[in-house]
Design a protein around this ligand. Sequence first.
Ligand SMILES: [Zn+2]
Length: 156
Amino acid sequence: MTDVIGFHYTLKSDAGEVLDSSSGGHPMLYLAGSGQILPALDKEMSEMKVGDTKSVTLSPKEAYGVIKPELKMNVKLGQFPPGTEVKPGLQFRINSDPRSPMFRVINVLGEEVFIDGNHELAGETLHFDIEVTEKRKATKDEIAHGHAHGAGGHHH
Ligand SMILES: [Zn+2]
């Protein structure tokens, strides 16, 4: 009884700035309950019908988490692999564990590099305008893979 749900969305910050939107493109497709999208959004859409629209506000906790000060830190330029172009916006993991946070370089001051491992949207209250465009039963493959397969858009 697992569904695949398709939806269009516009994501706005608390200040009303549009951060992301699927409008003009294909709807997002996801496998309900798989963790492909934020659980709070998944829950809302599992209760909506095709064609329904809704505005949903998510607290930082329901969205990308609160800001963890311990993930903001200074490292030395010399700690980066030789040849790395260390500049604001560079993203990297501190170790090879795929569950470890993705860090971003915020600033470089001489030998000091200020990095932040918080999600870019951590600490933000987010507003989603969503429209459910599709609901269907997931295929065996989709359930086995743990994600939705689009119309020809999915490759392995
Ligand atoms: Zn797949």
